[in-house]
Design a protein. Structure first.
Ligand SMILES: NC(=O)c1ccc[n+]([C@@H]2O[C@H](COP(=O)([O-])OP(=O)(O)OC[C@H]3O[C@@H](n4cnc5c(N)ncnc54)[C@H](O)[C@@H]3O)[C@@H](O)[C@H]2O)c1
Length: 442
């Protein structure tokens, strides 16, 4: 790294190796690992990753200072990454990547040895929370607490084996069934008691999150499960000074929504309805075919439009719009999802118009760079002394976590500004408000 400004002394340097651990070694995790290795070998480019490709403007426009983020902020370099995972299915990363069918043989073959060497650690897995998956690579323990302690040991062992100075965990495992906030999630004490009592309200993903936080490891949640988004674990993250973020990677259709909806609102155009449907044939699609898992996803997808459009503030434009989201499991398409959006908008003198979006996206191709960015930024945040919810990482999520009583920000462009301003702020640069003060009479 060639820093363009001095790194404040309060930020610890990225010395040594960073281990990135993913619960889940499926389509997203293998695409992320394979892509990272392929980039390290100069075979691919890190397209879609802000940490690798984006620049950040510093100072006034006339100063012409726009370094790459990775040259401005002390992030772990790709060469210093080690990868590990847990999965109930014992396939190594090569076999899992081949089964996922995202990447083609021409991209997997040159890195086959590397991928074959990544074998998943036994998972904390329970069929009750993800009904469509059965696997043999599963931990045994008398209580949920025992299982979580085994995860802690895995983290320590991984760190020692790979000579890592730091770890980051990104949840890339299946979407669990919908769980409501309950009393066992309210305080750390209640949560820890519930782990010992094998309470049903404690899902496997929460055990990974607890274990990570106890090991002072940042945790990012790529699925819509509650996981770390409960007061008990927020308390633990704050107590231990560890960053957390979530939920649900913002990739295909929802990402599009957070691009288009701010555009409608910016022009004060009304919305009568937004109908979204998808066909998807990968394992994630199969898991989401279970109504209980889909409910978790649906909640996450539905919240976006309301928060961006603010019907309370603009009732004439956005009150009572209809919002429908469907996901249909359709095996022939594999990971190559196709989404259709029909958007009924309303203009001047109430004249209706329609926008149609037909997005043929590759889910894991969009998610992989998000995993990389979240791991690198979470590790950076930790070294910079940040703890608890990292709202500046909302950019990457469909259901961003926010402090109690606050609405999360969904508008992609506000999220981007917040992300870059946080980096500027941490690095001791002025935040950019895009307010050209020179236009004002003094
Ligand atoms: N691809 C995207 O664009 C996208 C976007 C948002 C969210 N997500 C979420 O990311 C997650 C991963 O997606 P995917 O396409 O890789 O799915 P996938 O089904 O290919 O992989 C998930 C893996 O997690 C494993 N798993 C399930 N429960 C586990 C547990 N308790 N511990 C460890 N491993 C466990 C499964 O065996 C499977 O191998 C899903 O929850 C999905 O909803 C993906």
């Amino acid at each position: 790294m060639t820093p363009t400004s001095k790194t404040p002394a309060s930020i610890k340097p990225a010395t040594g190796k960073l281990g990135i651990l993913t619960p889940g070694l499926g389509a997203v995790a293998t695409t992320f690992i394979a892509g990272s290795e392929s980039i390290r070998r100069g075979l691919s480019k890190p397209i879609g990753s802000l940490t690798q490709m984006a620049t950040v403007r510093l100072g006034k426009r006339t100063e012409n200072r726009s370094p790459l983020i990775k040259d401005f902020v002390p992030l772990a370099s790709l060469d210093d990454l080690a990868f590990g995972a847990w999965d109930p299915i014992p396939d190594d990363a090569l076999t899992a990547a081949r089964k996922a069918g995202v990447l083609e043989a021409r991209d997997l073959d040159p890195i086959a040895d590397f991928l074959a060497g990544i074998k998943p650690m036994p998972a904390v897995f329970d069929n009750k929370y993800v009904t469509r998956i059965n696997g043999s690579n599963v931990k045994k323990g008398a209580t949920k607490r025992d299982l979580a302690e085994q995860l802690r040991q895995d983290m320590r062992d991984f760190k020692a084996k790979h000579g890592c100075s730091r770890l980051a965990v990104v949840w890339c495992a299946s979407t669990e069934v919908f769980i409501k906030h309950g009393p066992t999630h309210a305080t750390l004490e209640a949560f820890e008691k519930a782990m010992l009592a094998n309470d049903e309200s404690i899902a496997p993903s929460m055990l990974y999150a607890w274990a990570a936080l106890m090991e002072d490891v940042p945790f990012a949640n790529g699925a819509p499960n509650l996981t770390v988004d409960i007061p008990a674990l927020l308390q633990l993250a704050n107590d231990r000074g560890v960053p957390i973020s979530g939920k649900d990677f913002k990739t295909g259709q929802t990402w599009m929504k957070t691009v288009i909806a701010p555009g409608l609102k910016a022009r004060m155009l009304g919305l009568a309805g937004w109908y979204s449907t998808n066909i998807l044939g990968n394992r994630d699609g199969e898991v989401l075919d279970d109504p209980a898992s889909f409910k978790t996803k649906e909640e996450s997808k539905l919240s976006v439009l309301h928060t961006i459009l603010q019907p309370d503030k603009y009732p004439e434009l956005y009150k009572d719009f209809s919002h429908v989201v469907r996901i249909n499991y359709y095996p022939p398409r594999g990971d190559n999802k196709e989404g259709w959006d029909n958007i009924d908008i309303v203009g001047w003198m109430n004249y209706p118009m329609q926008i149609k979006v037909n997005f043929l996206c590759r889910d894991s191709i969009l998610a992989a760079p998000i995993v990389l960015d979240l791991a690198l930024f979470s590790d950076f945040a930790h070294r910079a002394g940040m703890k608890g919810i990292q709202e500046w990482l909302s950019f990457y999520y469909k259901s961003p976590m926010a402090a109690a009583g606050l609405q999360p920000e969904h508008d992609l462009f506000i999220q981007q500004t917040k992300l870059k301003n946080t980096l500027r702020h941490l690095m001791g640069e002025e935040q950019i408000t895009h307010l050209g003060l020179e236009y004002y009479a003094t």
